[in-house]
Design a protein around this ligand. Structure first.
Ligand SMILES: [Zn+2]
Length: 129
């Protein structure tokens, strides 16, 4: 699947779900493709007491549930259709799922792409590798 197709998959899951009180979900959606060619998706959940889950983490949980850990490429899309780079927590999260994920292609705005290792150049855990 190419970058544009993966973007479209993520975009298809965009919604704006209102939850209890001021909680919302689905305003960011993520699609990832594994090295085996499988695609997994997830949406964000933001709750009023600051508990939340990024769309990337949601998609990664789905991937791990299906016994895969290596991501070929990943994209997150905001409800206005723009592409969001992963937050710092997600960058770290992706890197710690599998060492090979330092080679994951992160899809950026305008469908540019960068390897995760270029977004996390100085790993705090390099001394244990
Ligand atoms: Zn995040």
């Amino acid at each position: 699947m190419n970058k544009q197709e993966l973007y479209q998959v993520a975009n298809n899951y965009i919604s704006h779900k209102k939850l209890k009180q001021f909680g919302i979900a689905g305003h960011v959606s993520c699609a990832l493709e594994t090295i085996n060619g499988n695609v997994f998706t997830g949406i964000c959940i933001d709750l009023p007491c600051s508990i939340g889950l990024c769309a990337e983490q949601s998609a990664i949980a789905e991937m791990v549930k299906n016994n895969e850990t290596v991501i070929e490429k990943i994209v997150a899309v905001y409800e206005d259709g723009s592409i969001l780079p992963p937050c710092g927590r997600c960058r770290e999260f992706i890197s710690q799922i599998d060492d090979q994920n330092m080679e994951t292609k992160i899809i950026l705005p305008e469908l540019r792409e960068v390897l995760l290792q270029d977004l996390l150049p100085e790993g705090w855990d390099n001394k244990w590798k």
